[in-house]
Design a binder for this molecule. Structure first.
Ligand SMILES: Cc1cc2nc3c(=O)[nH]c(=O)nc-3n(C[C@H](O)[C@H](O)[C@H](O)COP(=O)(O)OP(=O)(O)OC[C@H]3O[C@@H](n4cnc5c(N)ncnc54)[C@H](O)[C@@H]3O)c2cc1C
Length: 406
């Protein structure tokens, strides 16, 4: 029997594909139902896939080619066909973001659809069962494989192969608290240091906090240890700091820099460059705030002008060169004050995890423990906002399921 641990995105798909060889498959899940991250994903709509994979946007401390190979092992078009034709969920493209959602806009359809498909393929479920330890008998065998024993809160279970799909540490209320990573470590795997990723940043000034609720499209450059990471897209001022896809996509740089020299974030609030702003600011005869607020929310315009040291009634011809320089910098390379992040409580994913060098890149079988397969967020890779993390979970879940079934 193949036992899958964790009925999240990766575990559900792994269980479905593990049935390919006809062996019994048992899916163990600690919560009452499983798939809770799917339910809360995409604001309850589930951004199930991106419209292009963009492996170069993924982050890993393992060799990047291993991550790329695993991600591409299930081409996007085939993933889409699986959901539309086998799970039975029509998908719709959100043209402005390139994200795919179920046409119903209901995350529950995705979670329930996967549970139903797994059930119809013969997967057995045992919920409210937490796996606390995993051991293997070195010499015994079931059908030529080693025998695994899973210690659970509802008794021991034996298996011929085990697929670990227990996720990372993000949003522990959904069931993932890192037990699986500890078990992997105990079994001799290298686990790269974990950290919250895709999490909001905190620590704005009172003036910026007064902008809470304002959102706009921006471009962010995060600089740390000589490297620059860029993001663009939605930016949201919150009471405590900043959120939105552009912030979440670079938040890991802030998180990782906290124990070192803090990363510097510079924001371009519009897509106009410094030269364009300089030219227009020099040419205008009206109020500076009127010119800027044609491109930016009015309240943000006021704050940026104040921070650049400009009185609100400054007109173009009165603008001093030093004021113009400060204003252009505030508009195109604003240094975002930040102090911390919202951590795992709000992180959409966990960075770090089981080193990709510790699994066979095709089957995801552990190179340290034959008969053990690892997939999903517990592996050392994550992607940006946009359906990329489900793409990773589905692709690695399928590879592990097929790997265990042969
Ligand atoms: C708020 C939020 C919104 C998101 N939105 C999106 C989105 O729209 N698009 C996207 O691509 N990604 C999104 N993500 C990320 C995505 O949800 C994850 O990347 C994905 O769910 C990871 O899948 P997984 O199966 O590896 O882990 P998980 O989904 O975390 O599943 C792990 C499962 O294992 C179970 N488990 C853990 N330990 C044990 C144990 N010891 N014994 C038994 N069971 C155990 C857990 O209960 C859980 O069910 C979002 C994440 C969050 C938090």
């Amino acid at each position: 029997m193949i036992v899958v641990v964790g009925a999240g995105a990766a575990g559900l798909v792994a269980a479905i594909f593990a049935r390919a060889g006809g062996e019994d498959v048992l899916l163990l899940e600690r919560t009452t139902d499983g798939g809770r991250k799917i339910l809360i994903s995409g604001g309850g709509r589930c951004n199930i896939l991106p419209s292009s994979l963009q492996p170069e946007r993924f982050v890993t401390d393992s060799p990047a080619h291993l991550m790329r190979g695993m991600l591409r092992s299930w081409p996007l078009a085939a993933q889409r066909t699986f959901f539309e034709e086998e799970v039975g969920i029509p998908l719709a493209l959100e043209a402005e973001t390139g994200k795919l959602f179920p046409a119903s806009d209901r995350a529950r359809d995705v979670r329930d659809g996967l549970l139903t498909l797994a059930g119809s393929r013969g997967v057995q479920f045992r919920n409210q069962t937490t796996v606390t330890a995993l051991s293997v008998a070195p010499k015994s065998s079931v059908e030529g494989r080693r025998t695994w024993t899973l210690k659970t809160t509802r008794g021991d279970i034996e298996a011929s192969a085990v697929i670990m799909a227990t996720g990372g540490l993000s949003v522990p209320l959904t069931g993932s608290d890192g037990i699986g990573l500890n078990i992997a470590k105990q079994l001799g795997h290298e686990v790269h240091p974990t950290y919250p990723a895709l999490t909001p940043l905190t620590g704005s000034t009172p003036m910026l906090a007064s902008l809470s609720g304002i959102s706009l499209d921006v471009r962010i450059r995060a600089k740390w240890q000589g490297h620059t990471t860029e993001s663009h897209g939605g930016f949201l001022f919150t009471h405590r700091g900043y959120s939105g896809p552009s912030v979440l996509d670079v938040s890991h740089v802030a998180v990782r820099s906290r124990s070192d020299t803090p990363a510097v974030f510079r924001v371009a609030w519009t897509d106009r460059d410094a030269e364009t702003w300089t030219r227009e600011l020099s040419a205008t005869t009206g109020f500076i705030t009127n010119l800027i607020s044609r491109h930016l929310p009015e309240r943000l315009t006021e704050v940026l002008c104040l921070e650049a040291g400009l009185p609100p009634d400054r007109r173009g011809p009165e603008l001093r060169r030093s004021e113009r320089t400060a204003l252009v910098e505030a508009l195109t390379a604003y240094q975002l004050p930040w102090s911390s992040d919202e951590g795992y409580k709000k992180a959409e994913v966990t960075g770090g995890g089981v080193a990709l060098t510790d699994v066979n890149p095709r089957t995801l079988e552990s190179t340290r423990q034959p008969g053990l397969f690892l997939c999903g967020e517990m592996l050392d890779a994550f992607g940006p906002i946009g359906g990329y993390n489900f793409a990773w979970a589905w692709a690695t879940g399928r590879a592990a399921g097929l790997g265990a079934s042969t």
